[in-house]
Design a protein around this ligand. Structure first.
Ligand code: AMP
Length: 179
């Protein structure tokens, strides 16, 4: 880039899968946050001024519940299982990357494993984006204690400005913890 030229505004958006439909469907809150960013932040005429970084964090299955139906006979079987999980995450990213490509918006998407709160904040430290966008299920105090809240953690701890897009009341599933 030439001296004095300002680069595009770099936006990280954290996305997760639907807890109701699973992969490859995005959660209601992260899909809303993505559409909000396209419509209100980036807007149709200014795509070249922005670059979107789409981050999905896969949470390791602590009790290995997903693995109970699998049979392991050699080291490759374990590799297969890890790859299967990763492929599911890739289909989620494909949804968002396709949307960006359709409208000509530059993007990069990637998957990390770990605790979403920590990973998102670490990736912000590494990338130094201008803005982090996250969705929110708008949980109440009790629900937050039981299941935790990624948006609240990130807005407190991420080293950059954070935009939290609240899920609309009419989009809230029967169980608000679901998304
Ligand atoms: P909350 O309802 O406060 O837990 O925030 C939900 C939002 O956090 C989602 O819309 C995503 O933006 C983000 N989020 C939650 N889990 C993940 C994950 N595994 N990977 C990336 N972002 C996530």
């Amino acid at each position: 880039m030439e001296q004095g030229q300002v680069g595009p505004t770099r936006i990280v958006i954290a996305v997760n899968q639907s807890s109701l439909k699973g992969y490859p469907h995005p959660s209601i809150s992260s899909s809303n946050a993505f559409e909000w960013a396209l419509k209100k932040l980036i807007r149709s005429t200014r795509h070249k001024d922005f670059k979107l970084y789409i981050l999905h964090v896969q949470v390791p299955d602590e009790d290995a519940f997903n693995d109970v139906d699998s049979i392991f006979a050699c080291p490759d079987d374990f590799k297969d299982l890890k790859n299967r999980e990763k492929i599911k995450g890739i289909h989620l990213l494909e949804y968002f990357v396709k949307r960006c490509n359709e409208i000509g918006l530059a993007c990069e998407a990637w998957i990390k494993r770990g605790n979403p709160n920590e990973v998102i904040c670490n990736e912000v430290k590494r990338l130094h984006p201008d803005i982090l966008v996250v969705g929110s299920r708008v949980l109440n105090q009790l629900e937050k204690v039981f299941v935790g809240t990624v948006s609240e953690f990130c807005s407190k701890h991420a080293d950059c400005p954070v935009i939290v897009i609240k899920r609309k009341p009419e989009d809230t599933p029967q169980n608000p913890i679901d998304d």
